[in-house]
Ligand binder design. Structure first.
Ligand code: HEC
Length: 442
């Protein structure tokens, strides 16, 4: 009896001590190596971004990983060498001693893989591992960073922590929770009742876009697995295209419903902060930290116009209802209006809220743009008179998301706020018709 117990506890210790590739090794390689050894940039013709390629020698033709033999493994030799020019990671400090030791032991132990799919990308393995479960009850309200309305207008999808939550728009009741989503969700697009796109990631580490059936949440697939966070995403009004952009400066465009990549470009020199489709589905506007906003031909993936009239980060964009012009808003409170050539239009400058971030833009109707701001204000503007028309609401915290819903003749304005609240306002009514904290259990 004693012997069995002892045996059991010893094997428990042994397996606890076994180094996990997915939890301990892959994150080091991703942080320190994959940048120079991946598809599109394989220094020394060596790639470390998938498990399969990690074992294939590059230019040196020397096996990078020899199970059981760290000293015969080129990868280990190069991280441990004292020759500064040869050492990996190249042009950087040597790995910390404990990481080097971990890699040594992992190889010595047989370079075992605790991953079912031997062709998997390292990044996918790590983000799967990191995918903590959503909290059952939120300890505090989580800022609302993304919202999307289903086509019927009855359900609102909201950003959660590792999950997307679904709420009834008539009552504010929680309807469902879809977990296994990115840690931070920064954009949502609900295309048909059973097709919801969820985008986000972890800044500096991973970016993801998921294509989920909200009625059957197990039916899901990953459209994008990027090396940095996806910050913006929009579906075309005709439901045929989905485009996303983010901290890898790339814009990707997918055909719907197949999810096939149609084109991918790098239109900006810095993060893509905001995106909008024109109502005719022909053009995509982008806002970037590189201080420009652009208009892209949605069919071809070609830049049609660049607007350079902001001198700070551009956060938000909206197309005019006739699809001809674009509004862009920046971090210092300016809204600019420009034409299809990227030229500012006459009277093309608005500043409705002083020095505050223009977080979201939309159009109530052709003459009435709306803005949601860092100051907590949501206003509509008279485009011709270039002044604020109506202060729709004023909250105590940043308004991150602005959606417009039309029911018969009334317009409802749905906002997602940094204080965790979703509010539904009707034009002309001071108080919201409905508000709730979109954090389950709080
Ligand atoms: C800044 C870019 C950069 C980073 C980061 C980097 N490498 Fe390299 N790596 C190179 C270059 C360049 C070569 C080609 C040989 C040379 O120039 O020394 C190379 C070659 C290699 C090779 C040899 C491939 C072959 O068969 O010729 C291995 C193995 C390797 N790197 C592993 C790593 C590991 C492991 C890391 C992370 C700890 C890493 N590298 C990080 C740039 C980089």
């Amino acid at each position: 009896m004693l012997r069995t117990l002892l045996f059991l506890s010893l094997t428990a210790i042994a397996s606890a001590a076994e180094i996990s590739f997915s939890r301990q090794i892959a994150p080091i390689l991703i942080d320190q190596c994959v940048e120079c050894h991946r598809s599109g940039k394989a220094k020394g013709s060596y790639r470390l971004d998938t498990i399969e390629l990690m074992f294939k020698a590059g230019d040196s033709e020397t096996a990078p990983l020899v199970a059981g033999k760290p000293d015969a493994s080129e990868l280990y030799r190069l991280i441990a060498t004292h020759e500064g020019d040869d050492r990996m990671p190249k042009k950087a400090d040597a790995l910390p001693e404990k990481d080097m030791q971990l890699i040594r032991e992992w190889i010595a132990d047989g370079a075992k893989l605790d991953v079912a799919d031997k062709k998997a990308a390292l990044r996918a393995i790590v983000s799967e591992q990191e995918k903590a479960r959503a909290p059952e009850k939120y300890p505090r309200p989580l800022p609302v960073t993304a919202l999307a309305l289903n086509p019927a207008g009855s359900t609102l999808a909201c950003s959660g922590y590792f999950e997307t939550t679904l709420w009834e728009t008539s009552t504010g009741k929680l309807q469902a929770r879809i977990d296994g989503m990115p840690e931070r969700i920064l954009a949502l697009a609900w295309v048909t009742e059973n097709q919801l796109a969820v985008a986000g990631g972890v800044p500096g580490r991973s970016g993801e876009v998921w294509w989920v059936n909200p009625l059957q949440p197990k039916e899901r697939r990953r459209l994008v697995s990027a090396r940095d966070c996806v910050l913006a995403m929009v579906a075309s009004p005709d439901g045929k295209l989905l485009a996303c952009g983010g901290a890898d400066n790339q814009v990707r465009c997918f055909e719907l419903p197949s999810g096939k990549l149609k084109w991918q470009i790098e239109p900006h020199a810095d993060w893509i902060m905001g995106m909008a489709f024109s109502p005719d589905s022909q053009h995509i506007a982008t806002a970037s930290r590189d201080r420009t906003a652009k208009r892209i031909d949605a069919a071809k993936g070609e830049i049609e116009a660049t607007f350079t009239g902001h001198d700070c980060t551009v956060l938000s964009v909206a197309s005019t209802p006739d699809s001809k012009e674009t509004l862009s808003g920046d971090v210092e409170g300016n809204i600019r209006r420009w034409d299809r050539n990227g030229d500012a239009t006459k009277d093309g400058s608005l500043r409705p809220g002083g020095r505050t971030e223009m977080l979201a833009l939309s159009f109530l109707d052709a003459g009435t743009p709306m803005a949601a701001m860092g100051s907590g204000a949501v206003v509509s503007m008279d485009a011709k008179a270039r002044k604020t028309k109506d202060k729709i609401t004023r909250y105590d915290d940043r308004v991150n998301v602005l959606l417009l819903q039309r029911i018969d003749n009334t317009a409802r304005i749905i906002t997602g706020c940094h204080d965790g609240r979703v509010r539904i306002n009707e034009l002309g009514k001071a108080e919201p018709v409905l508000q709730f904290v979109a954090s389950p259990g709080w």
